[in-house]
Design a protein around this ligand. Structure first.
Ligand code: AP5
Ligand code: MG
Ligand code: ZN
Length: 217
């Protein structure tokens, strides 16, 4: 299964992608996670990305596209992947189509998780992250031990871009640059909308039912 998780910041893309990757045994590829691990290691890519991320803006398309192009050629992507946070602009989506064509592959499904801006702002305030890719929420999805990842035991952290003023910028960026992708994939007949205001478990169930239906065809 080659699929994309689309949706505003805080919709639950990362949460759902991590669960689905585990269930489907395919890699979860998050461009945001790739940037954050580069920021942590202080690589040149991390230094560049940080200036955009902290401002709630997008990292330039050419940088992001070349990262994804390298990543999808790795052997673990042969059986498919779950893209989380990419593509995020129309030019990225067009480049993505071109690179998939080169490896004779195509996107089978785009899940668009929609959530109102007001809910998003509340969710971001309680988010806690682990460097392994798992995401928690202090109320909606707390770890078993306060501040510690259930999966790997690492200490959880708060993202620098989860400050309210940065979240508001990220929402503006989403509406201006990313939301046009809804029509882009709708026109290709790939898009399915999912209501992200439901619980994490209900949303997972809904997405799995959609995937099962596609696999039956
Ligand atoms: P990225 O890391 O992709 O951030 P984002 O798209 O803004 O999305 P988030 O990760 O904030 O939200 P999410 O949908 O994954 O929600 P989550 O599951 O965590 O990108 C960060 C930055 O990197 C960008 O701003 C940009 O600068 C740069 N970047 C990345 N990709 C790029 C690209 N392709 N091009 C250019 N720049 C790029 O859930 C949020 C919270 O809610 C969590 O606490 C979770 O536990 C909770 N939650 C989730 N689902 C539910 C639910 N159903 N009910 C209740 N709580 C829930
Ligand atoms: Mg995420
Ligand atoms: Zn972890």
């Amino acid at each position: 299964m080659r699929m994309i998780m689309l949706g505003p910041p805080g919709a639950g893309k990362g949460t759902q992608a991590a669960i689905l990757a585990n269930t489907l045994k395919i890699p979860h590829i998050s461009t945001g996670d790739i940037f954050r691990s580069n920021i942590k290691e202080n690589t040149p890519l991390g230094v560049l990305a940080k200036s955009y991320i902290d401002a709630g803006k997008l990292v330039p398309d050419d940088v992001t596209v070349s990262i994804v192009e390298d990543r999808i050629q790795k052997p673990d992507c042969k059986k498919g992947f779950i893209m989380d946070g990419f593509p995020r602009t129309i030019p990225q989506a067009e480049k993505f189509d071109e690179m998939l064509e080169k490896i004779q592959a195509e996107i089978e499904l785009v899940i668009n998780i929609s959530v109102d801006d007001a809910v998003i702002i509340k969710r971001m305030a309680g988010r806690r992250m682990c460097s392994c890719g798992r995401t928690y929420h202090i109320e909606n999805n707390p770890p078993k031990v306060d501040g510690v990842c259930d999966a790997c035991g690492s200490k959880l952290y708060i993202r620098d871009d989860d400050k309210e003023e940065t979240v508001l910028e990220r929402l503006k960026t989403y509406h201006a640059q990313t939301s046009p992708l809804i029509d882009y994939y709708e026109n290709k007949g790939k898009l399915i909308n999912v209501d992200g205001a439901k619980s994490i478990e209900e949303t997972t169930k809904e997405i799995i039912a959609i995937i099962d239906k596609i696999n039956e065809k």
